[in-house]
Design a protein around this ligand. Structure first.
Ligand code: AHR
Length: 624
């Protein structure tokens, strides 16, 4: 194959092309990225969090009583906050019983590690003056301990630091009154002291860093389906997720578990800022998933029309929360949380692959028009519909055309063959219409593995997104995270357990493209010795330049089972220092563990590069 670059025909492309899609699916947030180690810390789990109202999923979930002559019950008489109505009461007659929390599949502890413990406590009856809080291994060995006072008959928030004296993979937290009596506890929280960037109420360091290593240009949150919910009452409301933790409103996660809202809008914005990514919140278009809500007459499936003003005001308030002055009503809440400066929100998604019905259209129009009038500075991203087999986006695009929506969100999960054979998908898009955010995509095989075959088909497709980076402004693989043994969806980009992060082959492809993005595209003409479609479609090249560093980046994908010699003509583009960085990811199609290898090579104006079978190669020519 020979490739000749046409530097004179360079075109600008989006500088936000590759980002990440974060959704709380597969325990991505609670038990995952959100570093809280106590499960059901607020005693708010309910049977309705689960399909078929699982009664084991109640206020006592993950908690148990250990010891003798004691009782553990859940009360609602005098809660810390009405949004968190349940709390535990513990009564002991001999001070020889503990309330145990089993964490999210246990608590992983490293010898010497420090933990921030916080809980709300009040004395009910008797003479309990203090309680011990400790981390205990499955065999009962205490590996960290602190003692906290119970000094008051009203709720007090007490904090202490626990330091581990040993390691354990499945430790538990034990709260033990040191004398007989009754007390109430709530919001029992344990965080590793070392969170990402040391943030309070922060993120798991290793996971947050693995995501940051992609160099995502934006983060979409909080979903996915979680954003629009599976009923009107399940729509994700940002206001429920900000402010003091004890005042946030937990809710049922439609993926079959419980959402604490501990990882809420403030934490999402802060994470974006910490990694230099643009925040992209996606809000429901006043309709839940597939318009599945039950409204009143005439409002079936969506937020009742007479409540839409209020719904839209919530969106305006979000803009104020993110961008308003610290003196404004909602900006003050942000400032009170420790961020007086604005978060510089520019993009808001409205709708998530909704069924494009009259119910949707009516509400989307109301929101879009109101936003345009009140916040012309914001870019509103619309949606063109669901991805079920056989559907197309015609109805969604009609609305986008009529309203001149600046960007629309498309989603598709397809086979590697589809991605290989549809690399011209966006070549045909009308440049005068809305731009596209490919908000969810992934290559799916039977059994849903994430392997070299799926990852290379995504790499091929990513070269086509770069080529079409004038019309495709953003893209994000979905979903991002999955906890081993807790998945509702496969494949994902990054798997993890309590101790380890396990990036996939697809992750490495995203990282290769994310770390080597450009904002200028240099067209290439390709000559192949074999022009059969099956061959042609399995070889791709993309050349971009990053105008900040002036680095030139060449990406080559070979999805053939044989070596390909690529003659690359870069006449006039090779800088004097010709030693350049080369990154190659290669493996058998079924390989799930291939990792990129980095080396240094020498490049001349006309170089021949050997592309191994089933490989993706990135060559970065740094300008001097
Ligand atoms: O990415 C997983 C799910 O796929 C998302 O929640 C939804 O938007 C899509 O159907």
């Amino acid at each position: 194959a020979s490739f000749t670059v046409h530097a004179d025909a360079v075109k600008p492309i989006s500088n936000l092309l590759l980002g990440v899609f974060f959704e709380d699916i597969n325990y991505a947030a609670d038990g995952g990225l959100y570093a809280e180690l106590i499960q059901n810390r607020d005693f708010e789990y309910t049977p309705s969090d689960r399909e078929y109202r699982d009664t084991t999923w109640n206020s006592k979930h993950s908690w148990r009583l250990q010891g003798t002559n004691a009782t553990f019950s859940v009360d609602t008489i005098d809660p810390i906050h009405s949004n968190n109505s349940h709390y535990a009461t513990l009564t002991t007659t001999n001070g020889n019983a503990s309330l145990i929390n089993t964490g999210f599949d246990g608590i992983a502890v490293k010898n010497g590690e420090k933990f921030n413990l916080s809980l709300f406590v009040k004395r009910l009856k008797g003479s309990v003056k203090s309680v011990s809080v400790s981390l205990v291994t499955r065999n009962g060995k205490e590996i960290a301990r602190g003692v906290i006072p119970v000094a008051s008959a009203s709720w007090k928030n007490i904090k202490t630091v626990l330091t581990a004296t040993d390691s354990a993979s499945g430790a538990q937290l034990a709260i033990r009154p040191l004398s007989a009596g009754s007390l109430a506890v709530d919001m029992v929280s344990l965080f590793p002291q070392q969170t990402f960037k040391g943030r309070r109420n922060g993120l798991r360091n290793d996971l947050a860093q693995t995501i940051a290593d992609i160099h995502p240009k934006f983060i979409r949150f909080p979903g996915g389906c979680v954003a629009h919910g599976d009923g009107i009452e399940n729509i994700y409301r940002w206001k429920n997720t900000v402010g003091p933790l004890e005042s946030r409103k937990p809710q049922r996660n439609l993926w079959g578990y419980h959402q604490t809202a501990g990882l809420g809008y403030f934490e999402y914005f802060q994470y974006c800022e910490d990694i230099g990514a643009v925040p992209l919140p996606v809000l429901a278009a006043g309709v839940p998933c597939q318009n599945s809500g039950t409204g009143g007459a005439g409002q079936q499936g969506g937020v009742p029309l007479d409540q839409m003003d209020e719904y839209i005001q919530d969106i305006f308030d979000l803009v104020e929360y993110a961008n308003g002055s610290a003196k404004s009503r909602w900006g003050k809440l942000r400032a009170d949380a420790g961020h007086p400066q604005p978060f510089n929100l520019k993009y808001i998604g409205i709708g998530n692959e909704d069924l494009i019905s009259d119910v949707f259209e009516e509400r989307f129009k109301l929101i879009f028009k109101a936003m345009k009038e009140k916040h012309p500075e914001m870019v509103v991203i619309g949606t063109v519909g669901p991805t079920f087999e056989g559907t197309d986006y015609t109805e969604g695009w009609k609305i986008a055309d009529a309203l001149q929506v600046p960007v629309v969100d498309e989603h598709y999960y397809q086979s590697p063959g589809w991605f290989i054979h549809n690399q011209e998908y966006y070549d045909k898009y009308d440049r005068s219409k809305s731009k596209v955010y490919l908000g969810e995509y992934a290559s799916h095989l039977p059994g849903r593995p994430n392997n070299v075959e799926t990852a290379l088909s995504e790499a091929l497709y990513l070269t086509s997104l770069e080529r079409n980076g004038d019309v495709v402004t953003m893209s994000s693989y979905a979903p991002l995270l999955a906890k081993d043994g807790r998945t509702q969806w496969n494949p994902n980009l990054i798997y993890f357990d309590n101790k380890e992060v396990k990036p996939t082959v697809g992750y490495y492809v995203q990282k290769m493209f994310g770390q080597n993005a450009g904002d200028q595209y240099l067209p290439v003409s390709t000559v192949l010795s074999n022009n059969e479609d099956g061959v042609k479609k399995r070889i791709a090249i993309s050349i971009v330049r990053d105008s900040k560093s002036n680095d030139l980046i060449v990406k080559l994908v070979n999805m053939l089972p044989v070596n390909v010699n690529a003659q690359v003509d870069l006449t006039g583009l090779v800088p004097p220092r010709s030693a350049v960085k080369k990154i190659v990811l290669q493996g058998d199609p079924v390989d799930k563990h291939a990792k990129p290898q980095e080396s240094s090579i020498t490049i001349t104006d006309k170089s021949t590069l050997a592309l191994g079978p089933y490989s993706v190669t990135v060559i970065r020519l740094a300008s001097d």
